[in-house]
Design a protein around this ligand. Structure first.
Ligand SMILES: NC(=O)c1ccc[n+]([C@@H]2O[C@H](COP(=O)([O-])OP(=O)(O)OC[C@H]3O[C@@H](n4cnc5c(N)ncnc54)[C@H](O)[C@@H]3O)[C@@H](O)[C@H]2O)c1
Length: 360
């Protein structure tokens, strides 16, 4: 059996999810681990039983010392995605980089150039592409069930859910819910719409609520009172109309803090049918024999596994390992990552300027 020897760059929250997922992939071997924070490095090292001699607090030191690596998995703060990815590509490794692809579109384009120069795979961690509901809805769309899709809604709203730490610090994250949560639903709706080219964005980005450390009760996103010492200079809400070259439009709504209901939902509307994805069975709105009909589509028996967070990561990372080892065509490419970064950049610019911004 061929094995992919992987260096994990970052030993934080999502790196732990990735490491757990790799345990379900026999072809994946974690060969090295790196984090600038020695405490997190040691905690993760112990949890996944990675030998101390393969653990590092500096990416370049790791890449120079470890001669047997095939791939790297980049799970660090957004501001460091480009530097870590480029260092790994220059060391001759295949790379998967977490979402968002980079801090901005210019960095994302540089990453793509380096991947081409190195002749290595660069995959972007658009994990929602690997959900079962996504697979079923894509299949239905390819079969023509929706007709021409002319509108979609990309909604990812948290009532009170700024994760705090670096997520609230624009210098490290690049922004708040737009770049952190919006990225997921923008990518998924665009993917399901057949990856049209974005041409313009009209957005509103709001900094009115902050992270509200005065709120006494928690709604599941963080412990009560945490975050009060954090910097919070990112937006708390963003909305945008994203226009594509085929005339279709996506309406985005996303928040960390918002005086409304927490919702994660994607909706696609076409000439023959509409569909709603909300983390459970997709619902199809169409007409049958002259009658309006709403159908819930069961996901039972699809893809063999469930749709938990861990299941999606196992599917995503299995795809990465398969592409790297066997040359399988990757379904989450740098081109997609760049278009999404261009949309995100344009949302922030349109929010700042107060008018529509073109995307080229
Ligand atoms: N796909 C998803 O659903 C999902 C969910 C959460 C986070 N993420 C993404 O994963 C990334 C990490 O998020 P997280 O929640 O794990 O954050 P985290 O703070 O828990 O972990 C990030 C780790 O990266 C380390 N780090 C930063 N710069 C580094 C560098 N140059 N070299 C080595 N280590 C470095 C930090 O010390 C930290 O331990 C972010 O880009 C985030 O957007 C994706």
């Amino acid at each position: 059996m061929k094995t992919l020897r992987i260096a994990m760059i970052g030993a934080g929250n999502i790196a732990n999810t990735h490491l757990k997922a790799y345990q379900n992939i026999p072809e994946a071997k974690i060969a090295a681990l790196c984090d600038i924070d020695p405490v997190r490095l040691e905690m993760t090292r112990q949890k996944f039983d990675i030998p101390t001699e393969h653990c590092y607090t500096d990416v370049d030191t790791m890449l120079a010392a470890e001669k047997e690596l095939d791939a790297a998995d980049v799970c660090v703060w957004n501001v460091n995605h480009a530097a870590c990815t480029i260092a790994a590509l220059r060391a001759g490794l295949h790379v998967i980089c977490e979402k968002p692809m980079a801090y901005n579109a210019a960095e994302a384009e540089e990453m793509q150039r380096e991947a081409k120069k190195a002749g290595k795979l660069l995959m972007i961690g658009f994990v929602l592409r690997f959900s079962r509901e996504n697979a079923v809805v894509r299949d239905l769309i390819e079969g023509g069930a929706l007709g021409e899709i002319y509108y979609s809604k990309a909604t990812y709203l948290r009532r009170h859910g700024n994760p705090g730490g670096w997520f609230g610090n624009k210098a490290l994250s690049g922004g708040g819910p737009v770049i952190d949560l919006g990225v997921h639903v923008i990518d998924q709706t665009r993917y399901l719409m057949g990856s049209p080219k974005p041409v313009s964005v009209y957005a509103m980005v709001s900094h009115r609520l902050g992270n509200r450390p005065e709120i006494k009760n928690s709604v599941g996103w963080r412990p009560v009172g945490s975050g009060d010492k954090d910097i919070c200079n990112v937006e708390d809400f963003g909305t945008a109309l994203i226009r594509y070259d085929n005339g279709a439009v996506t309406s985005l709504e996303t928040s960390y803090d918002f005086n409304g209901e927490s919702v994660s939902r994607k909706e696609l509307y076409g000439t023959k049918g509409g569909i709603s994805l909300a983390g459970k069975n997709p619902k199809l709105y169409t007409d049958v024999g002259g009658y309006l009909a709403d159908t819930e589509i069961s996901l039972d028996g699809i893809g063999g596994k469930g749709d938990s967070f861990d299941d999606m990561f196992t599917r995503e990372l299995s795809h990465f390992v398969d592409c790297a080892l066997n040359g399988t065509t990757c379904i989450a490419t740098p081109e997609d990552g760049i278009w999404v970064m261009k949309i995100l950049d344009a949302i922030y610019e349109s929010g700042r300027l107060g008018h529509e911004v073109e995307i080229k």
